[in-house]
Write a protein that binds this ligand. Structure first.
Ligand code: NDP
Length: 247
């Protein structure tokens, strides 16, 4: 990122990986907007941390599954800070259960948030990115989208869908100097994995060659690199940050 007024948007920036990404991008951005679903308290914490680092920061409650809400929220970001040049689609949810028992609602809601959500945000920022002559989109996928995972038909399908979305938009925007990449974390210590059954998580950790879960900051470093000028020639890439879990 260049140092002249760069505005970045991180969805799901109130907690976990999204907060770590927002903080890691602070050294490359002047203005930072985060979207969150309901945890205003956590979103305000992130804003305070960003302000302490010298940024102008804004937290907006915005359900990324709702295209109109995304359009309205990105308009607010633009009013406050100008065009959005860096977009990180990190907001995500799980509704895990075996395929046999999965309701159509739980399948759809995970698709709407994790996949359509990224589409809505990209579309709402598309003109800004196209006009700037330089920009960044990083989508947050998952190894589940690359290798499948029992109990995650909805989540794996949504994250696999992000591979196609990422590569398509990467091809569309490459001539405009905009890179679009997908970062796929493995098991990372956040509220999301904290909600998993301890035994299931311990078994999963045992399958990780690195022998441990990852930290949100380790994902954020990869995102930060992809957003930097050092990654000008990397687009359409799928980068795993998973301790070797999927190879
Ligand atoms: P958390 O559950 O800790 O945080 C989720 C974040 O997304 C919160 O900021 C939440 O807001 C926000 N969010 C959820 N739904 C919506 C929505 N509809 N609209 C806007 N914001 C929303 O998740 P993680 O930090 O663990 O995960 C972040 C991303 O990384 C997700 O895409 C996840 O799928 C992916 N990932 C995580 C892995 C892990 O092991 N943790 C592994 C692989 C991928 P609020 O705080 O208001 O609820």
């Amino acid at each position: 990122m260049s140092k002249e007024q760069v505005t970045a948007l991180v969805t799901g920036g109130s907690r976990g990986i999204g907060r770590a990404i927002a903080l890691a991008l602070a050294e490359q951005a002047d203005n930072m907007a985060i979207f969150f679903a309901g945890r205003q308290d956590k979103a305000e914490e992130t804003v305070r941390e960003l302000e302490a680092l010298g940024l102008q920061a804004l937290a907006l409650q915005c359900d990324v599954a709702d295209a109109q809400a995304v359009k309205a929220a990105t308009d607010k970001v633009r009013e406050a800070f100008g065009p959005i040049r860096v977009v990180v689609n990190n907001a995500g949810i799980t509704r895990d259960t075996l395929t046999l028992r999965m309701s159509a609602e739980d399948f759809a809601s995970v698709l709407h948030t994790n996949l359509s959500g990224a589409f809505h945000v990209i579309q709402a920022c598309y003109r800004d990115l196209m006009r700037a002559g330089w920009g960044r989109v990083v989508n947050i996928g998952s190894v589940s989208g690359l290798m499948g995972n029992p109990g995650q038909a909805n989540y794996s399908a949504a994250k696999a869908g992000l591979v196609g979305l990422t590569k398509t938009v990467a091809k569309e925007l490459a001539p405009r100097g905009v890179t679009v990449n997908l970062v796929c974390p493995g098991f990372i210590e956040t509220d999301m994995t904290g909600a998993m059954d301890a035994q299931v998580l311990a078994r999963a950790a045992g399958a990780i060659p690195a022998g441990r879960l990852g930290r949100a900051e380790e994902v954020a470093q990869a995102v930060s690199f992809l957003c930097s000028r050092r990654a000008d020639y990397i687009t359409g890439a799928v980068l795993q940050v998973d301790g070797g879990l999927y190879m």
